[in-house]
Write a protein that binds this ligand. Sequence first.
Ligand SMILES: [Zn+2]
Length: 138
Amino acid sequence: MENIRFEVATGKVLKLMKDENLIYLWDIMKRTALTSTETTEVLDSLIAKGLVSKVADYEYRLVTEKQVEIPTKLSIHSYMHCGMCLDELPENTSPREWSQLEVGFTSLGLQVWCKRHEVNVCHINFEGVQHPANMETK
Ligand SMILES: [Zn+2]
């Protein structure tokens, strides 16, 4: 397994696995025996160099070439619909206007739900994998 080594000022080596999705601050502290302040300083310098991105508080991700930017612009090429809603679609009404969908996270992954018919439209199982996501509005 390929990994990337970062020489830390104190002579300690920080090794991050290339295919590691998320890196937690305490994991890095455990590996390097650095204090939380030293670890944060190291991570801040790696973030400044574009080698690491901060995902959330205490969560980081190694920036690799295979990571793609997730756009915030409308990128849907195939819309999901409730089949029953489409069957009842009034004349001169677009599916977009008629749609009554809710979207949310579940313990398995992500679910699309029809409010009008109180039925499942789609429920995706992430199978325990954390996927990159862009939660920004623009
Ligand atoms: Zn429906």
